[in-house]
Design a protein around this ligand. Structure first.
Ligand code: 13P
Length: 253
């Protein structure tokens, strides 16, 4: 399969209370036509998931969480398991976002365990990878990505990776307004797809969606999406306003 349906995903990070999230999701549902030929996912904070899930039930927008813990249950104060996310209505879960790596001690090893928990529970993992500004400047981009992918996906079979979504989010482009150029992103996406091909074979590599994230806006999405290996976007700031996000979702127009 060579055709990959684009996925436009909104990561709301630590924004919006339950009622605020509900109101935003409601406006978004009204703005998005029922005939979209892209998949859309929004990832509100944990406390809004169940509320928003109810609202999204009869729509084509999917719900995602921003993190999970890998154990099924137990004495892990403050943590949330994959089955809890499923029962709150989630279909996707973001794993290994650079903010979690930077502020909350996420490592390639914990990313690996979290992806395992996600796929075991039929949640689609959105695995984030990306280099920092210093790493790019010292020409370590590809070695950093190689490490993140090798360790993060260690031990998985091709079958387990069937639904995997990867998100390339260069840390220097997140929330900075400094987006990677379409050519810079394409170069990395191709590198990632070639790595996936070596690890899991040609068929899987061709079907895995690789999203770009980092200052995506309605005025740069179209150019990014013309690239052969960019299959969608993971959007932070510009996903918080339904009007802005819906323009990005409707990027073809
Ligand atoms: P911004 O779109 O705000 O740069 O954030 C990107 C991001 O981190 C999405 O996960």
């Amino acid at each position: 399969m060579d055709h990959r349906k684009p996925l436009i995903a909104g990561n709301w990070k630590m924004f919006k209370t339950g009622p605020e999230a509900l109101e935003t999701a409601d406006r978004l549902v009204k703005l998005l036509s029922t005939t979209m030929d892209v998949d859309v996912m929004i990832a509100p904070p944990f406390t809004a998931l169940a509320l928003v899930s109810d609202l999204l039930k009869k729509t084509r927008i999917s719900l995602g969480a921003q993190n999970l813990f890998w154990e099924a249950e137990g004495a892990y104060t403050g943590e949330i398991s994959a089955s809890m996310l499923v029962s709150a209505g989630c279909r996707y879960v973001i794993v290994g976002h650079s903010e979690r790596r930077q502020y909350f001690g996420e490592t390639d090893e914990t990313v690996n365990q979290k992806i395992k928990a996600a796929v075991t529970n039929d949640l689609i993992p959105v695995m984030c990878v990306g280099e920092s500004e210093t790493e790019r400047e010292s020409k370590e981009t590809f070695s950093v990505l190689d490490r993140q992918v090798q360790k993060g996906l260690k031990g998985f079979s091709a079958d387990e990776m069937e639904t995997l979504v990867m998100a390339y989010e260069p840390v220097w482009a997140i929330g900075t307004g400094k987006t990677a150029t379409a050519d810079q992103a394409q170069e990395v996406h191709l590198f990632l797809r070639e790595m996936l091909e070596k690890k899991f074979g040609n068929n899987l590599a061709k079907s895995i969606r690789i999203l770009y994230g980092g200052s995506v806006k309605s005025d740069n999405i179209t150019e990014l999406m013309t690239m052969p290996d960019i299959d969608g976007a993971l959007i932070g700031g510009a996903s918080l306003e339904p009007e802005t996000f819906s323009k990005i979702v409707q990027f073809q127009k």
